[in-house]
Every structure is written in structure tokens, then in C-alpha cells.
Design a protein around this ligand. Structure first.
Ligand SMILES: [Zn+2]
Ligand SMILES: [Zn+2]
Length: 250
């Protein structure tokens, strides 16, 4: 099946004047996923969605997003299914708890046992229905981005962007190995490295001026572009929007 290109979100990302177009796309996908699962369409009432969310659960970050979203009944129903499946498994384990074998210096190397229960539980800390949905659409965004690079108009948008955050820059370089058309290699690498360097330097200057403003001698100086330098620095480093309010059910 041929993948349909995801041009609208990618173009919107590059037109958003964000410190990272992929952050912008990811944030839009995050809101879309949250709205899908807990929003007015009441998908949380559908047995297939409840079965999937019950199995996969939610990561710490999205558990909090569900709470902040403001649909308490929707969130409670989603978590009820997940909670029950966690508790059912625990009850099964509790009937016959795993007791690790006694360590012995002379024992032969033990045969590889099943994955310990603690490891199963730990692996679920990052298991998340919302993260999975975001990832599915973000991988389409990357594929589309590299397809669009064949167009002059789109390359101009990239060149005029504010570069990328480090997290999405890394992912972009990784995806380039798979999707970048041969014809764009000579353009792509010098362009994105230049964009990254120049824009990281711009934010570095903003951060330095933000710090300098705390010196009483600079109190009457203008802020220039540094007033929001702290959240933008955090975004450049980790790809997050720390000063944005949580998504709300509206
Ligand atoms: Zn980013
Ligand atoms: Zn998540």
C-alpha cells in the first residue's frame, strides 16, 4: 500500500515560525491524539479503543495530560480498563510469586528464565497509547518532509526556518539515511548544519542577554529578544514547549 503524503501538517510546521518545525508538528499531533482519545467524539466509549488503551496504558507525561485535559469521566473510563488489566495480572502473579533462585558460586549458569515480572512492569513505564499515535504520524511527517525537499518552493521554506531542536535534528539525520533523495544530498547536509549552527547561536545570545539582564547595571536596558529565552533554550535542547498551557477539552 502506498503511503499517502502528509503535506499539510509538514507545511504548517515550516510556516509556523517555531524554533523547530518538527516540535510544532509533534505538538499538533499530541493535541490531536489527546483529543481523539478523550475529546468530544467520545472514542473512549468504543470497545476497540478501550481494549487498546487498556493493554498499552499511558506514559507519565500523557497520564498528566489526560488529567489536565479536563474530561474526568473520559479519563476515568480509560484508566478503569487499564487499571483492571494491571490488577488482574498482579493477582495472577500473587497466587504464585516468582522467587529468585539462591545465588551459588558453584552453580552452573542458570538456564535463561522468563522475563522477570519487575522487568515487565518497568518496560510498561514508557508504554503509551498517545505516544504510539504521535509516533505513527511523526514518522509520516519525516517521510513527507524528505519527499517535499524535491520542490524548490519547499526548500526555500526550510532555508528560511529557524532550524531545529537537537532532538528532532538527530531524528532528521537518522531518517535522512532512509528517505533523503540522492539528488538532494549536496543541498541538504550543508543547509541543515548551517541552519542548526546559526539558530543555536541566536538562542545562545538571547540566553546570555537574559542572564545579563539580572545584573542591576542592565536593569534599564531593553530585553531585546531575550524575555522568553529560557523556554526557547529548553526547546532547542529537548524539543519541548515548557511555557505553553496544557491542552484543554473545549
Ligand atoms: Zn523539535
Ligand atoms: Zn505518552
Amino acid at each position: 500500500m502506498k503511503e499517502v503524503l502528509y503535506t499539510i501538517p509538514v507545511n504548517e510546521g515550516f510556516e509556523a515560525d517555531d524554533e523547530c518545525p518538527f516540535c510544532f508538528m509533534e505538538r499538533a499531533e499530541e493535541e490531536r491524539a489527546l483529543r481523539y482519545v478523550a475529546g468530544p467524539a467520545a472514542t473512549y466509549m468504543e470497545p476497540t479503543v478501550r481494549a487498546a488503551t487498556g493493554r498499552v496504558g499511558f506514559c507519565t507525561h500523557h497520564m498528566k495530560s489526560l488529567y489536565d485535559f479536563g474530561n474526568s469521566l473520559g479519563a476515568a473510563l480509560l484508566l478503569q480498563t487499564h487499571y483492571t488489566s494491571v490488577l488482574d495480572e498482579l493477582k495472577k502473579k500473587a497466587k504464585n510469586p516468582e522467587i529468585p533462585a539462591k545465588k551459588s558460586l558453584f552453580a552452573k549458569k542458570a538456564a535463561p528464565a522468563d522475563t522477570p515480572y519487575w522487568e515487565v512492569l518497568q518496560s510498561r513505564e514508557h508504554s503509551c497509547y498517545i505516544c504510539d499515535k504521535i509516533e505513527y504520524n511523526m514518522s509520516r511527517c519525516y517521510h513527507t518532509f524528505f519527499e517535499l525537499l524535491k520542490e524548490d518552493e519547499f526548500r526555500a521554506k526550510v532555508k528560511n526556518s529557524k532550524g531545529f531542536c537537537v532532538r528532532h535534528f538527530a531524528r532528521m539525520l537518522k531518517e535522512a539515511e532512509r528517505y533523503l533523495p540522492e539528488s538532494q544530498k549536496d543541498w541538504f547536509y550543508p543547509t541543515v548544519y548551517k541552519l542548526m549552527t546559526e539558530n543555536m547561536e541566536r538562542v545562545q545570545e538571547d540566553l546570555e542577554w537574559f542572564i545579563a539582564k539580572f545584573d542591576y547595571r542592565n536593569a534599564s536596558e531593553p530585553w531585546k529578544n531575550s524575555q522568553d529565552a529560557l523556554p526557547r533554550t529548553m526547546q532547542k535542547l529537548q524539543g519541548l514547549h515548557p511555557s505553553d498551557p496544557p491542552f484543554k477539552n473545549k
